[in-house]
Structures are given as C-alpha cells and as structure tokens.
Design a binder for this molecule. Structure first.
Ligand code: FAS
Ligand code: PHB
Length: 388
C-alpha cells in the first residue's frame, strides 16, 4: 500500500489529523493496535478548551458536541470548606465545553467512516522503517505482514507507542516529573453534584467533581501510588469524597453504583524534538500532563492543528515553513501547558513529604486566588486554553 501520511494510533490525535488532512485532499492511513470497541471503551478527558471546540467545528465535527455538550463559564476551587469561583466569562469572556473524550472519539470514528477514511484497527506489530528520510511502516493484520510506503509518518500512538522510540537516543531528549500519588476515578449514573467542576484541596488529599451529562458524573480522589482499585468499595469512595469537598456540596451529593472505577498515575513528561526527518510526534506520544489542568486531550488537538496546517502547506504550496517549525511551535505551547498542569497539581494535592511551610504556601496561593482578580485571571487564561 501507499499513502501520503501514515498515522500510527487511532486515538483523538490520529483520527483528527486523518480527518483534517482528508478534507484538504491529503491521503492517510491510520493504524490502530486495538479494536474500535476497546478504543471507545476508554474513559478519559472531560473538558475541551474553546480552541479545541473551534478546531472540531472547523473540521465539521461540532454538531453533536454543541447539541449534547455543556458550555461552562467557570470552575470552583475549594479549600477549607469554602469555594472560590473562577469566572472565565466575567474575567476573559471565555468558556469551556464539557464533552467527554469518548464522545469526541465516537464522532471522529463516525466522520472517518462517512468519508471512507482508512482506519485499520487491530494492526499488530506496527514498526517504523527507513527513517529519517525514506519512511515506510510494516504491521501484521490477521497473521499477514503488510507494508505501507509513505511520504510522512505521524506518531499519534500515545505514551507507550513505538514512534517516540524510533528517534535515536542521540537526538531524543526527555524531561519527566513523576508525582507521588495517583487519581482514583469513578464514573456513576448519578446527577452531577454541582453545575460546574469542583477542584478541592483538602488535608486528606485532592478531590475533583466533574461530569459527562446531567445523568452521568465523573469523580476523582487523590490516592497513594501503591493504592489499588480493589481497596475501594463504592461506599468507601463516596464517604471519602464527602469528606474532601465543601459541606454544602457533600450534602447535595447523589451517590450510586460505579459503572467504571480505575486508578491513573500522574506524571509530567515531554519528549524533544517532536520531529525527526519524516517522522512527527503528536499528542501523548510526545507529552503527558497530570489531568489536573485538563490539558492532555487539548494539547493533542493543538499539535494536530499545527501539523495539519504544515502538511497542507507542504502539499498545496510546496511551503515547508510549518513542517520545519512544527516541533518548536508545538513545544512552545506544550511547555506552557506542562507548567500550568504542574502548578495546578502542586496547588491542589497533598504531597507525602509536604512540610508545614509548603502547606502555608498552598494556603497563601489559594487565599491569593480568593482575593485577587489578577490571580483568578491567570488561572482562567491557562485553564480555558492559551491561543494556538
Ligand atoms: P491516545 O493514547 O488517546 O491514543 C493513542 C492510540 O495509539 C491508542 O488508541 C493506542 O491504542 C494506539 N497505539 C498505541 N501503541 C500502538 C501501536 N504500537 N500500534 C498502533 N497503535 C498504537 N486528559 C485530559 O485532558 N483530562 C483527563 O481527565 C484525562 N484523563 C486521562 C486518564 C488516563 C487513564 C489516561 C491514560 C489519559 C488521560 N488523559 C486525560 C489524557 C488523554 O486524554 C490524552 O491526552 C489523549 O488521549 C491524547 O490523545 P492521543 O495523543 O491520541 O493519545
Ligand atoms: C474529567 O471530567 O474527566 C476531568 C475534568 C477535568 C480535569 C480532569 C478530568 O481536570
């Protein structure tokens, strides 16, 4: 087989890149190692920056998102039984969209099918060859080895995929910070506890109250790294959540059976460069953020924004400025999101080695948020998404 862009990974980054390129007349093939049902069973991000909403709209993917998503004007930061509202709309005239990554991925698969896009799932043993300048990809499907010759490879294969590993160690530089805790997440068919998200700092640990729609809620608790899902009955989860969120929210909390329960580790990670010859790294293949700032999915979308425009300019105008500057352009935005996600995580979590001085710094930062329009504006500007 031959294509212009071979895309490894059928998550949001790979599917969105394939769709935007197809609409511009550029051919691609997406290779996904899992089944479509497996990819669609993942419960991940919940908040879309407005830049992501605009990108999806421009790609013709916004109809269900605007019909079923929830536009939020702010979030609540809670500590010591008080809630500070960060009013994006009043501060900056900005908003975010609450619409689950699972739904975005559904919409992407539907759009790919509608346009006859080539998404090959259950592709095993995807291997990159011929880099940096003469790329081709091999994979095994139903026991048969296949080969795809291509002009470019887009590594959209997440943190554990093969694309980042294809960069020589002499070229690849990585930066990492592993946090000493994880997030225990629960999805429940219950009404959300509040109209907006609640990020709670508590002596017992961080908690987050989020949602998917008026009948489906998503909650998280900070747990020790060594904790296990089986240590947490639904009752234990709800009781602990009530301890960590403001009393009025706890009184409003409707509990119910968990339909999904999992623990995710937290890390900050960046790989540089995000391009080597004909290979680009996109999304989680290049960077990971702790979900505290709701940046992971949104960074994948901004990478796709930069790379899709670069490849369109390359094929349409023979202009390689975007291709040649993709890595530095994407990384400039990535590092600002890495910083914000680190800052939100440091502000809201209890660290095992935290000193009383550290706790006073956290309390001072939260007091500053409560009493400073400038402080709330900085949080709002980063949470709603810096410009592409
Ligand atoms: P993805 O990981 O989504 O997609 C990569 C795809 O590549 C996968 O489908 C994978 O199967 C495929 N792949 C991997 N290896 C392959 C191979 N060898 N061959 C072919 N295909 C291969 N972000 C937020 O903003 N908020 C959150 O609350 C949040 N929660 C998260 C919870 C968890 C447990 C995880 C892991 C991530 C979470 N994220 C969250 C981040 C997440 O949403 C990512 O940022 C987002 O999925 C990035 O999209 P992709 O870059 O497409 O990577
Ligand atoms: C979610 O709804 O899953 C969610 C929302 C905001 C975050 C992280 C996760 O910061």
């Amino acid at each position: 087989m031959r294509t212009q862009v071979c895309i490894i990974g059928g998550g949001p980054a790979g599917l969105l890149l394939s769709h935007i390129l197809h609409r511009a007349g550029i051919d691609s093939i997406v290779l996904e190692q899992r089944s479509r049902s497996y990819v669609l069973s993942r419960i991940r991000a919940g908040v879309l920056e407005w830049g992501t909403v605009t990108e999806l709209d421009q790609a013709g993917l916004g109809e269900r998102m605007h019909r079923e998503g929830f536009v939020h004007d702010g979030v609540l930061i809670a500590a010591r039984n008080r809630a500070i509202r960060i009013d994006f709309k009043a501060l900056l005239g900005k908003q975010v969209m609450v619409y689950g990554q699972t739904e975005v991925t559904h919409d992407l698969y539907d759009a790919r099918d509608a346009m006859g896009g080539r998404v090959i799932d259950e592709a095993d043993g995807v291997t990159l060859h011929g880099l940096p300048d003469r790329p081709f990809v091999t994979y095994v499907k139903n026991g048969t080895e296949e080969r795809i010759d291509c002009d470019w490879i887009a590594g959209c294969d997440g943190f554990h995929g093969p694309s980042r590993q294809a960069l020589p160690k002499s070229i690849l530089k990585t930066f990492e910070k592993v946090y000493p805790f994880g997030w225990l997440g629960v999805l429940s068919e219950t009404p959300p506890v509040a109209d907006e998200l609640i990020y709670a700092n508590h002596d017992r640990g961080f908690a987050l109250c989020s949602m998917r729609n008026e009948h489906l809620s998503r909650y998280y608790l900070q747990v020790p790294l060594e904790d296990r899902v089986e240590n947490w009955s639904d009752k234990a989860f709800w009781d602990e959540l009530k301890r960590r969120i403001p009393h009025d929210a706890a009184a409003n909390l409707v509990t119910g059976p968990s339909v999904e329960k999992s623990i995710a580790p937290l890390r900050s990670f960046v790989a540089e460069p995000m391009r080597w010859g004909k290979l680009f790294l996109v999304g989680d293949a290049a960077h990971i953020v702790p979900p505290t700032g709701a940046k992971g999915l949104n960074l994948a979308v901004s990478d796709v924004h930069y790379l899709s425009r670069a490849l369109i300019a390359h094929y349409r105008d023979g202009d390689d400025h975007g291709v040649d500057h993709y890595s530095e352009t994407a990384l400039a935005r990535v590092w600002k999101a890495i910083r914000f996600s680190w800052w939100m995580t440091t502000l809201l979590h209890r660290f095992p080695d935290q000193t009383e001085f550290d706790q006073h710094i956290q309390a001072g930062e939260i007091d500053y948020l409560e009493h400073s329009v400038a402080a709330r504006t900085v949080l709002a500007e980063n949470y709603t998404g810096l410009p592409f």
